[in-house]
Design a protein around this ligand. Sequence first.
Ligand code: HEM
Length: 163
Amino acid sequence: MKKITFVLAATVVASLAGITACKKKTVTETVYVDNTPPPGPPSLYTRLGGVSAITLVTDKFINNCATNSFIGPRFAATASDPNRLRVFRFNLIDQICAGSGGPCQYKGVTMLQAHQGMNITNAEFDTLVGQLVKAMTFYNVPASEQNELATILLPMRSDIVGH
Ligand code: HEM
């Protein structure tokens, strides 16, 4: 009898310990204590290679546009004024960086304001996007990332064309 009571008591203690252990497990949670981004797929910004890769692509893109026979004349005044070119370049880098989920902030004017009075056509817009694609291809940006960036820029068409 003494032995049975002991076994019973031992079983109760063991199962209580088990319950306590179970309870401890269920209160485990992830707490973010710094700016570590939550786990998930890397942003387009990261997949493009960050601001240094975006800068390389942007410089190639600007050069492609300025030397293109169809839209080049549009950029003649910008290309010949170092200060204007510097501001345009930084604004474009910030725009692509911010648009792809990077830590930059676009500080330029809206797309509607920037292209107001230029009467840009759809053909010119498509040619400019083509120059960006050419720049990304030159730096071996994969097709999926190229398409993602184009998808971010294409909705700007209505603010840029025909004003
Ligand atoms: C997705 C398409 C486009 C994007 C993302 C874009 C972006 C920009 C940005 C960020 C600026 C600078 C705004 C500022 O300084 O505050 C700008 C200015 C300008 N854009 Fe565009 N643009 C696009 C299409 C075009 C097209 C199709 C043309 C002409 C063919 C064009 C010609 C210009 C010119 C001439 C300026 C003025 C540059 C200067 O300040 O000297 N853009 N654009």
